[in-house]
Unconditional design. Structure first.
Length: 401
């Protein structure tokens, strides 16, 4: 099998995912197209050499539908022979696109692919694509569907995390992200988003809050108590009868931010890289998927990480840094406890609580952030993992060249 090499990983800043956000006026096709052009300029490769453009999109309808990656490639004038694909594995979509590209290259059937993700949550709202999972009452009842916020509070209750524990984790995420932004740790991979008149619309992540305090977090109201009272707590407790109640302790401050953003990773074989004069930054070592309790939903990173390590023949001690998507504060806390990880090697530059979670793009963004930090520290290996709807988990191990 060929090795899947990472030649570059770029991303846009994350913009506030509301009508007032800096990227709200940018159509998804242009947000992605601009990033693809930046990737081409950075590496000076011929797009005709590409086999595919694979992008994660969690809400692939309207402006984000109709195979947006192919449409974006055509709109920016890339060779018409370049193909396109959009994939949806809920919050794991961006990393799934990267993993799929790596598997295509490793098989030897394709040689050079742009992978990543795009989500304009201010223009195409979360959940607007519907689906039997959440919107068909018969199906929802059969599978024990609850909104993810209920799952987060259920996980915190089962694990015994207090409101103070969650607030403390969120504060650390904000402080780390603010420091990373101030020190320019994201700058290598950030591509400013420009307007048609060449004016900079957004050059850095928009929702980081350096002024966050523990007292301020403590003042926020539980975000999901009303949903629980509407009947979802009963669903969760029926699946977990050992509990007397679900403690609603997550707030807007301990949940991932809604944002717009895109990510692009160039993955290919070493032979193709040599032919194009591209220097690899790293390689994909192993990928893995997992499934579990669809009501609890958020514990998938643990079995996925273990599965990826087993496939790579590695131990947790062989991994220098971890990126665990901060869908809710209880998720990284659960994963760190289950795997015995120290906080000082997890999400060292903050995570989605501080930076935001552009659903289809996040996994690819995390991979790029991880690679940048491995290089900054002159470390060797990292692992990216995310939870996803329906109890799924995903993990990817990368190694610097």
């Amino acid at each position: 099998m060929a090795e899947a090499m990472i030649f570059e990983a770029l991303r846009t800043p994350r913009g506030k995912g509301k009508p007032g956000g800096a990227l709200h006026g940018v159509k998804p096709v242009d947000l992605l197209g601009g990033l693809l052009q930046a990737l081409q300029r950075r590496l000076d490769f011929d797009p005709a050499a590409l086999d595919d453009v694979v992008m994660g999109i969690v809400t692939p309808i309207g402006e984000q539908g109709a195979v947006l990656p192919k449409t974006a490639a055509l709109k920016i004038g890339w060779d018409c022979r370049v193909s396109g694909l959009q994939v949806n594995r809920f919050c794991a979509s961006g990393l799934e696109a990267v993993n799929l590209a790596a598997q295509k290259v490793a098989s030897g059937w394709e040689d050079l692919i742009v992978a990543g993700g795009i989500e304009s949550m201010s223009r195409v709202p979360l959940g607007s694509d519907g689906g039997a999972w959440s919107q068909d009452p018969e199906t929802s009842a059969a599978i024990g569907f609850v909104p993810q916020g209920i799952s987060a509070d259920l996980l915190a209750t089962l694990d015994g995390w207090s409101r103070d524990d969650l607030d403390g984790y969120a504060l650390a995420s904000q402080q780390r992200a603010a420091r990373a932004q101030l020190e320019g740790r994201f700058d290598r991979s950030l591509v400013p988003v420009m307007a048609d008149d060449a004016k900079v619309l957004l050059a850095r992540d928009e929702i980081v809050k350096p002024q966050t305090t523990r007292d301020g977090l403590a003042q926020l109201k539980p975000a999901f108590a009303e949903l629980g009272a509407a009947g979802y707590d009963a669903v969760a407790l029926a699946r977990h009868p050992s509990l007397e109640r679900v403690a609603h302790c997550h707030t807007a401050g301990t949940s991932s931010g809604i944002v717009d953003g895109a990510a692009a990773v160039l993955i290919g074989s070493a032979a193709m890289g040599r032919s194009l004069g591209l220097e690899p930054r790293g390689r994909i070592v192993a990928t893995a998927l997992s499934g579990g309790d669809a009501t609890l939903m958020l514990t998938g990173p643990v079995p996925a990480a273990r599965k990826a390590l087993a496939k790579a023949g590695l131990r947790l001690a062989d991994i220098d840094l971890f990126e665990i998507n901060e869908a809710f504060a209880a998720v990284p806390l659960h994963v760190m406890r289950a795997l015995g990880l120290a906080h000082d090697q997890v999400n060292v530059n903050g995570g989605a609580i501080a930076l935001g979670h552009p659903l289809g793009a996040t996994g690819a963004m995390l991979l790029g952030t991880l690679l940048d930090e491995l290089e900054r520290r002159d470390a060797r290996r990292g692992l990216v993992t995310l939870c996803a709807g329906g109890g799924m988990g995903i993990a990817t191990i990368v190694e610097r060249c």
